[in-house]
Design a protein around this ligand. Sequence first.
Ligand code: GRG
Length: 304
Amino acid sequence: MKPGSQPPPNTGLHGRLFELREVVERRLPELLPPLEREPRQVHAAMHYALTSPGKRLRPILTLAVAEIFGARQGRHLDLACTVEMVHAASLILDDLPSMDDAALRRGRPTTHREFGEATALLASFGLLNRAFSLLADRGQRLKLRRYSTEDMVHHMADAIGSSGLIGGQALDLESRPEELDLERLEFIHSHKTGALFLAAGELGAMAADARRRDLEIISRYAKNLGLAFQITDDLLDVLSTPEETGKDVQQDEARITFVKLLGVVGAQALAAELLEFAVGSLEPLGRRADPLRSIARFVEGRGH
Ligand code: GRG
């Protein structure tokens, strides 16, 4: 470690997943415009939001999926990083005063608290556009047989759009607590959180030119993983301290969450069930899907 640099945060990731996180960490800042280039404030906010210490679980998922289908890491790393860029862009928006009004994210002031709202908004759109520009460029370089660059761009755009993240977020904001039953809550979060996990997994399979039926296996796995992840996020909110999550805790007080509907034990049971489905769908891939089983175990561990 360089003198003066910070130790990596304790993400709870081990083995290959930890190594993949390191690889992503090193690459992310290299993919953004340099800090000294104008508009400096927007570029600083893009770097701030993207490189603050997150788990990098979504790009790890992309890389792990691509690896099990035999892709070489150097070829799909930047594609995996585009998923983290979209995630960082969504976190900036999610934290805004008109949305969650959060003060703290990843143990630091949220982007709008640090740079002001206008710069935070521009940084979010800057990250999204950088992600799509990279996706188009790196997708083309892969010269795949089964998938086109357009397939990748479509998948990502759909994941973010009003039938994905934006849709889930909109329904989350507009739903009155008394309208929320388990079915609606699952619908909201399979879009708001699940859609990007799905895109991350599918992008990994496409980047490795996986067969269509293997892509379907990954889609089933990633859908269940994404929803389980959100449930464990709700569990963390009640079971952890701000030091552990890096977020304002009990931020969910006014919101309906899986824990509020099902209780801690019920939410843990639902997460476990979804993860069992996720892991069950990997059966045809045999032992080579072990890294994806490790990701599922990691997610389950967060909710205890
Ligand atoms: C236009 C990209 C875009 C989005 C607009 C604001 C919005 C619509 C959607 C919100 C999506 C969102 C932030 C969902 C929450 C997902 C979630 C559980 C985030 C926490 O993820 P972690 O724990 O965070 O992986 P780290 O910090 O580790 O990356």
